[in-house]
Design a protein around this ligand. Structure first.
Ligand code: FAD
Length: 412
């Protein structure tokens, strides 16, 4: 990035939120540039997508790029607890949503999107980190550290913060707020030697409920490797005192569903641990900025909602920003903050119901109403803004009532 560089929009971060925003703003004719701290390809967690993202990628002209990568098709999600199974197939959604999506190695997925947006004419400044922002009435001045450790200042009309876990503006503008969820830890890696189910079942994500209270994800890739990870309270991990790889193996070996599938697994890289990933913010926009994707709020990985929410919030932010840059009045509170919140709140209800075990009662109930399970399937496919679905609009209440019915079934 050159000192004094001027743009209409400066995007921080070239993850899915950033590259989607770059593509859409460029298509609208704005001068947009992306500043990305790392060099691509780079590892990042967040590998299981939701079908709702497919339409957004298609609309932005990015779906062909994703399809051409040969990623593993994901047709659903399977929840396993001991001998019980609940198999959601995206073909069984109540709404007209996409019936499949992908399991993606994010290093490849993010690079493919970044290359596409760059080829369309959006400069991506790799290896450059935003370190400060100064908002004035008529512009924002963004300080960027170059790979040579020089500080340059770029001028822009608007900053879109798509920095994910970097949380650049939340930190710089003191917008950080603790999550309402207690801190949980995740321990994950990629492995080879996964004994997968065949055909349509191969690409589904497995979520195994460990007898000790944590859960394990199994996400198969088309390159023969599989992402595995454990999410649980810090006390859960303390019950398996060992170095990360030995700890991960001990947890897998003590789960009745993960153990047989992963017998003989070989770890591809030393397991990574993330502590306390849930985070939130006081507000998601200001006069010359908006927070997008994970820079807003991150709830929990259980329903693989991160990339879907990143893409939805990115598209919505761009719609409003385009109008604002053309001189129209925009209601960021109603049309952005409340919109993002609604999708988040739907997933929040499901995450809460997962950890208070309402969802386990529903998923493993002896009798499950297929019509209701289809409505829940649509939510798990990412359609969390669909007001025709009572399991969206009344999520907390509907799940709690349904769980109570399921509990009675178990008792009788
Ligand atoms: P990111 O993908 O985080 O991209 C942000 C980019 O900004 C990065 O490339 C970063 O280098 C760059 N950046 C950061 N700081 C700066 C700076 N100062 N200057 C310039 N650039 C900067 N989501 C799913 O959809 N499916 C899953 O299965 C899933 N599993 C998960 C498992 C775990 C354990 C966790 C913690 C999360 C998981 N997620 C999952 C969430 C997912 O990782 C994120 O929601 C998703 O990556 C958010 O995309 P984004 O574009 O907002 O940000």
């Amino acid at each position: 990035m050159m000192d004094g560089n001027e743009t209409d929009v400066l995007i921080i971060g070239a993850g899915p939120a950033g590259t989607l925003a770059g593509t859409l703003l460029n298509r609208e004719g704005f001068r947009v540039e992306i500043v990305e701290k790392q060099q691509f390809p780079r590892f990042i967690i967040g590998e299981s997508m939701l079908p709702s993202s497919m339409a957004l990628l298609e609309e932005a002209g990015l779906l062909d790029t994703v399809e051409s990568q040969g990623f593993m098709r994901k047709f659903g999600a399977v929840f396993l607890r001991g001998k019980e199974t609940c198999n959601f197939d995206f073909a069984n959604q109540s709404g007209p949503g996409w019936k499949y999506t992908y399991q993606v190695t994010r290093a490849d997925f993010d690079k493919a999107l970044a290359d596409k947006v760059q080829a369309a004419g959006v400069p991506i400044h790799y290896g450059q980190a935003v370190t400060a922002v100064d908002f004035a009435d008529d512009e924002a001045r963004v300080t960027i550290e170059t790979p040579e450790h020089k500080q340059v200042v770029a001028k822009t009309k608007f900053v879109l913060d798509c920095s994910g876990y970097g949380r650049v503006l939340p930190r710089l503008l003191d917008l950080e707020q603790p999550s309402t969820f207690p801190p949980r830890d995740a321990l994950f890696t990629h492995v080879s030697g996964d004994h997968r189910p065949a055909d349509r079942e191969e690409g589904k994500i497995w979520v195994c409920i460990h007898p000790g209270g944590a859960w394990i994800w199994i996400i198969p890739f088309s390159n023969g490797r599989t992402s595995i990870g454990v999410v649980g309270d810090p006390e859960f991990f303390r019950a398996f005192p060992a170095e990360p790889e030995a700890q991960l193996r001990a947890i897998i070996e003590s789960d009745p569903n993960a153990a047989p599938r992963l017998t003989g697994m070989k770890v591809v890289f030393p397991p990574v641990r993330i502590n306390g990933f849930a985070c939130s913010v006081k507000r998601v926009y200001g006069p010359r900025f908006a927070l997008v994707g994970n820079a807003t709020e991150f709830l929990d990985p259980i329903f693989s909602s991160g990339v879907a929410l990143a893409l939805e919030s990115s598209r919505r932010a761009v719609q409003l920003l385009s109008r604002q840059l053309r001189g129209q009045t925009v209601d960021w509170q109603k049309d952005y903050a409340e919109f993002v919140r609604q999708g988040m709140d739907t997933f929040r209800a499901y995450v809460s119901a997962w950890y208070n075990e309402d969802l386990q009662h529903i998923f493993f109930a002896p009798q499950r109403d297929p019509a209701i399970m289809s409505q829940i399937c649509s939510v798990l496919a990412g359609y969390v803004w669909d007001k025709s679905n009572p399991y969206v609009t009344q999520a907390s209440r509907a799940l709690s009532l349904l769980a109570n019915i399921a509990r009675t079934q178990v008792r009788s």
